[in-house]
Ligand binder design. Structure first.
Ligand code: NAD
Length: 258
């Protein structure tokens, strides 16, 4: 469906499981060259990579903790050393870190949430910028940065997730400035903003809570990681979205309509 994604070099942060992994698999099916990342290699990394190769892509794993700026720069350097450049960056690494109500937030928690959700997105994009610029120059088409927002970025987040929600609101906002100042570089910036997706992110919820959340979603169920992936393919494809930048695509079963 997306022929122009074949051989595109796609770096996906935080992609050893969940939405990132499903997205990596979708890109591999399009024949892309995919870099997956996590703090450390998952046990089944060889199988994951072999499956992506068998699906028609090329795939490699790059370890790196993106809570630190040095980790972001190293990941980009490792990916470029392997694949020779970057055409598409997907800033997916992120998470709750934990749940803390206002009364119990401390400096360490504030830093951890900001580092994982904001610093990682900012510093990985910064490190990738020269390579994305080069990609656009060489191809004569746009390069693409796709970041993962959240429904929490609009609603403020669930119990104990105020900082996470605020960090995702920051993600939703910061790309506006980059659109203003880096469109001239041939780079597009867009966001996929999931609703409630059935991944390890919700491992703390029992069946009763899951039912309650599902009943508030017009689709009546959690989303699947694989249902997020096509939105990334769309934003990565110059042929499909070459004139689309600065946008947020909400993939949430109707759970929230901004
Ligand atoms: P997940 O927990 O299944 O996956 C998280 C991924 O991030 C894993 O691959 C993990 O290895 C990686 N990761 C965690 N910390 C990292 C670090 N410091 N450095 C590098 N990688 C790291 O979660 P998911 O649900 O697939 O979440 C993916 C993204 O989607 C996150 O940004 C999350 O905030 C966002 N999101 C998820 C939901 C949801 O309902 N699941 C909703 C909205 C947004």
């Amino acid at each position: 469906i997306f022929p122009d994604l074949k051989d595109k070099r796609v770096l996906i942060t935080g992609s050893t499981m969940g939405i990132g992994l499903a997205t990596a698999q979708a890109f591999a099916q399009q024949g892309a060259k995919v870099g997956i990342n996590g703090r450390k290699a998952p046990e089944q990394v060889d199988t994951l990579l072999a499956d992506m190769q068998a699906a028609g892509g090329e795939a490699a794993f790059f370890a790196g903790d993106l809570s630190h700026s040095a980790g972001c720069a190293q990941l980009v350097a490792d990916f470029v050393a392997h694949f020779g450049g970057i055409d598409v960056l997907i800033n997916n690494a992120g998470g709750l870190v934990g749940r803390k109500p206002l009364e119990s937030i401390d400096d360490a928690f504030f830093d951890a949430v900001a580092d994982l959700n904001m610093r990682s997105m900012l510093m990985t994009t910064q490190a990738a910028l020269p390579h994305l610029r080069e990609s656009a120059k060489q191809s004569g088409q746009t390069a693409s940065v796709i970041s993962v927002g959240s429904i929490a970025g609009y609603t403020g987040g669930g119990p104990g997730a105020s900082l996470y929600g605020a960090a995702k609101a920051w993600v939703h906002n910061v790309q506006k400035n980059w659109v203003d100042f880096h469109t001239k570089d041939g780079i597009r910036f867009n966001i996929v903003s999931p609703g409630t997706v059935d991944t390890a992110f919700h491992a703390d919820k029992n069946e009763e809570v899951r039912q309650r959340i599902s009943s508030g979603i017009p689709m009546g169920r959690f989303g699947l990681a694989a249902e997020m992936a096509p939105a990334f393919l769309f934003f990565a494809s110059h042929a499909c979205s070459g004139y689309v930048t600065g946008q947020i695509l909400d993939v949430n079963g109707g759970q929230f309509m901004p």
